[in-house]
Design a protein around this ligand. Structure first.
Ligand code: C2O
Ligand code: CU
Length: 468
């Protein structure tokens, strides 16, 4: 599978177009209405193999990118035209519970469901993906995942970062192909599916033509099980790691930008980075992945991700100025030193559990009762030996305040961010602090290794208006 590395261009997902717009009579703001069909389709991944079967949003993988502006609401009708149930989670949105993709709230073949999204949060890179009970890994892996970008024009006008053609979403995902050209299903494992093929926007090892200027890339790790430690090199000098600047994370811009030479990104995490190609006219740069990073198995080419082919002509200098040091003021939760809850992530009898509970344990799976509008500190403890788990807590944006045990500390780009996923590496303990707001209701939290989530490392918390 390696002879086509860097031979095909990076595909850019199309932009979802609203069918109509109307006025929300209770808020007075505009609602854009979209329809997305969940349908099977085939795609030629390798020129010398058979086609690959997918089931995706509007027959594409990744699905169409929603490009939303803060303040305009959205209703998206997801129409299931395939024989597996679906439930759609807009990851990064504080959706009300009926629209959050609860795993058991399934839409079956021939049915549709309308999801309402307020789009009132600070700007951020979200993604929408399947969340259907026990088959999330299969549905997401075979194509049900796409970008949902929420922009805030007022802030972008101040920061003047690269935008338009210079702002590019990159969905990383490790895959495993059969000699026929079909994908190996994650349903074949209860452990993990790491994949030996690195895809970006569903294309194995693509290249991207860039101009010698600054670009912003919105990175998302949509892999089932593979986490990455990324770095950048010029092909003429592969031993020197180049600088790039982290400007955003799960919940939008960082409070201050962070120059770095490496970036850890685990499943469902998003990071926005700025790379300046100005000094590399006519050269190739490669986005690389560290070997032997955490528990990810290496294959011959899992150290490579994406090649940048730098041209010689700059067609616009918009957004090509200095990246500001101070970006935005984050809505940090108040200081709250007491640990309210501890959650241990472990494996027992072939199941993945949180405090000994799995999602199928319906009587016991609500593990926390934070009061609405109150801050809590949660300690997440990895007690599963050589495994790592990216932990996603729905509804909230949290501050990562402490990491111990494995990697030394909170990464600098985590420290200036708000996050909705935190990577719990091998043997690590991590503390997160969040305001449990704005809504009440029962929400999920889980490991975002989707094989673990399906089997059964997922639980719930009940945000309540009264003390429970
Ligand atoms: Cu990205 Cu509960 O999921
Ligand atoms: Cu896990």
């Amino acid at each position: 599978r390696y002879k086509f590395i860097f031979q095909f261009p990076l595909p850019i997902p199309s932009i979802a177009q609203p069918i109509t717009s109307y006025t929300n009579s209770s808020t007075g703001s505009t609602i854009d209405y979209f329809e997305i069909n969940i349908v099977p389709f085939d795609k030629q991944t390798y020129p010398d193999l058979g086609t690959t079967s997918y089931v995706g949003y509007n027959g594409t993988a990744p699905g169409p990118t929603f490009h939303m502006t803060k303040g305009r609401e959205a209703v998206v009708r997801f129409i299931n035209k395939y024989d597996r149930p679906s439930s759609i989670h807009l990851h990064g949105s504080y959706s009300r519970t009926p629209f959050d993709g609860w795993a058991e709230d399934r839409t079956f073949a021939g049915e549709y469901k309308d999801y309402y999204y307020p789009n009132a949060q600070p700007m951020r890179t979200l993604w929408y993906h399947d969340h259907s009970l026990s088959i999330t890994a299969v549905n997401a892996y075979f194509g049900q995942a796409g970008f949902y970008i929420l922009d805030d024009p007022a802030i972008d006008a101040q920061l003047k970062l690269p935008s338009g053609d210079y702002d590019i979403p990159l969905m990383l995902a490790a895959k495993q192909f059969l000699p026929s050209g079909q994908l190996v299903s994650p349903a074949t494992t209860h452990v993990s599916l790491w994949g030996d093929v690195i895809t970006v926007n569903a294309q194995p090892w693509p290249y991207l033509n860039v101009e010698p200027r600054k670009y912003k890339f919105r990175l998302l790790d949509a892999s089932i099980s593979r986490s990455f430690s990324l770095f950048l090199v010029a092909d003429s000098d592969p031993n020197t790691r180049l600088d790039f600047i982290v400007v955003g994370a799960d919940a939008g811009y960082l409070s201050s930008s962070v120059p770095t030479k490496s970036l850890v990104i685990a499943m469902a995490e998003r990071y926005e980075i700025v790379i300046d190609f100005a000094k590399y006219q006519g050269q190739n740069l490669t986005l690389m992945n560290e070997r032997q990073f955490q528990n990810n198995p290496d294959y011959p080419a899992t150290d490579r991700v994406l090649r940048f082919v730098v041209g010689t002509h700059v067609s616009s200098t918009d957004g090509n100025g200095e990246v500001p040091n101070q970006l935005v003021t984050l809505n940090d939760p108040e200081d709250h030193p007491v640990i309210d809850k501890q959650f241990t992530f472990e494996t027992k009898n072939g199941q993945w559990l949180i405090n000994g509970v799995g999602f199928e344990d319906v009587e016991n799976r609500v593990l926390a009762f934070p009061k609405q509008g109150k801050v809590q500190r949660w300690e997440l403890i990895n007690n599963s030996g050589g495994w790592s788990h990216p932990i996603h807590i729905h509804l909230i944006d949290s501050q990562v305040t402490k990491r111990s045990g494995g990697r030394a500390a909170v990464e600098p780009y985590e420290a200036t961010a708000l996050k909705d996923v935190v990577y719990l590496g091998q043997n690590e303990k991590v503390e997160v602090v969040a305001n449990f707001a704005p809504w009440s209701g029962v929400y999920m939290f889980h490991c975002h290794n989707l094989v673990h989530e399906d089997d059964d490392m997922m639980a719930a918390f009940n945000v309540s208006q009264v003390d429970l």
